[in-house]
Ligand binder design. Structure first.
Ligand code: DOR
Ligand code: ZN
Length: 343
């Protein structure tokens, strides 16, 4: 039995770090596990321009401390200036652009109302080699919430990938067998991130013994057969699938509410959570590609020079950290991240 693993330090290719006091509270946890992270732009005032991203990058750096590199994204709107984003990418401020369909999730009211409106921006991004990161759900109230990702593939993503085959696309936090199959069939310009919570839980967990607000996220957890398809994709060794936690902190009282916020804060034990899934699948040998190599390869970045060590050792997860309830709260995980140390 393998009891220790040493990997090049992983990166988180999808994280929400927020701003202000919440940023200060959560950034050190991400920086303790990951060398770099793709930082989502859905602040209350979304990060829609290169200048806003540069200012936010400074705040993230200050909160995360030295040794951590935030990779910034801009939030696409119906009125985004393509020239600003392409210049931001050329100048090294922006790594990618995030597409939120309007009202799909937290702070997405300013998102794109119709993909047709941003086609000129997407064409400019394709020319510049700038990746598009996609929250892949339709928002129509008449589409069942469990079908919104699959319908998005048919209505939006598949036509987009056909129309702009050079556009590099990351289908973020995929949750269905349909999405995993779409990505696998799409070729090397299309990749996907997979979260720890979608690997651990099916939608049954949301209702186990009562409603579980700390497992509510978007896209919502799906059926068990979808979870198994995500495990197969993550452990397949395909470079199209890589680590993205979608860690999304909300104060506990905003989740334990009549209308609770969507998002799971998994940053504090993210690697311990992923390794549990790969271990249970008998695929520990596939963790390094998923966590440390496929993401850098897709983004054209070097693999991190430092290493982290995971060892098999009981790791209790606290019920709470400050105002936040971490993913796996109250559980004991079977693996421990030995280095670097938690804050
Ligand atoms: O559960 C989620 N929370 N899904 C998202 O897409 C956004 C995130 C957040 O920002 O809270
Ligand atoms: Zn997200």
């Amino acid at each position: 039995m393998t009891d220790t693993l040493t990997l090049p330090q992983p990166d988180d290719w999808h994280v929400h770090l927020r701003d202000g006091a919440m940023l200060a509270a959560v950034a050190p946890f991400t920086a303790a596990q990951f060398a770099r992270a793709i930082v989502m732009p859905n602040l209350r005032e979304p990060v829609t321009t290169t200048a806003l991203a540069a200012a936010y990058r400074d705040r993230v750096r200050a909160a995360a401390g030295p040794g951590f590199t935030p990779l910034m994204t801009a939030y696409l709107t119906d009125t985004t200036d393509a020239a600003d984003l392409v210049a931001g990418h050329r100048d090294g401020v922006l790594t990618a652009v995030k597409l939120y369909p309007a009202n799909a999730t937290t702070n997405s009211a300013a998102g794109v109302t119709d993909i047709a409106r941003v086609m000129p921006v997407l064409a400019a991004m394709a020319d510049a080699g700038m990746p598009l990161l996609v929250h892949g759900e339709v928002t129509d109230a008449e589409v069942d919430i469990f079908d919104r990702e699959a319908v998005f593939i048919d209505r939006v993503l598949s036509p987009l990938a056909e129309r702009l085959p050079e556009l590099r696309i990351v289908f973020e936090h995929i949750t269905t067998a349909d999405a995993a199959a779409f990505v696998a069939d799409a070729g090397p310009n299309v990749a996907a991130t997979i979260t720890p919570h979608h690997l651990h839980h099916s939608r049954n967990a949301l209702f186990a013994g009562g409603i579980r607000p700390h497992l509510y996220c978007l896209p919502v957890l799906k059926r068990e057969r979808h979870r198994l398809a995500l495990i197969a994709a993550a452990t397949s060794g395909s470079p199209q699938f890589f680590l993205g936690t979608d860690s999304a902190p909300h104060a506990a009282y905003t989740k334990e509410a009549a209308c609770g916020c969507a998002g799971i804060w998994n940053a504090p034990f993210a690697l311990e959570s992923y390794v549990a899934v790969f271990d249970a699948a008998g695929a520990l040998d596939k963790l390094e590609g998923f966590a440390s190599r496929h993401g850098p390869a897709f983004y054209g970045l070097p693999v991190n020079p430092d290493t982290v060590k995971l060892e098999r050792a009981p790791t209790p997860v606290p019920d709470r950290i400050g105002d936040l309830v971490p993913f796996h709260a109250g559980e004991t995980l079977a693996w421990r991240l030995v280095s670097p140390l938690l804050p």
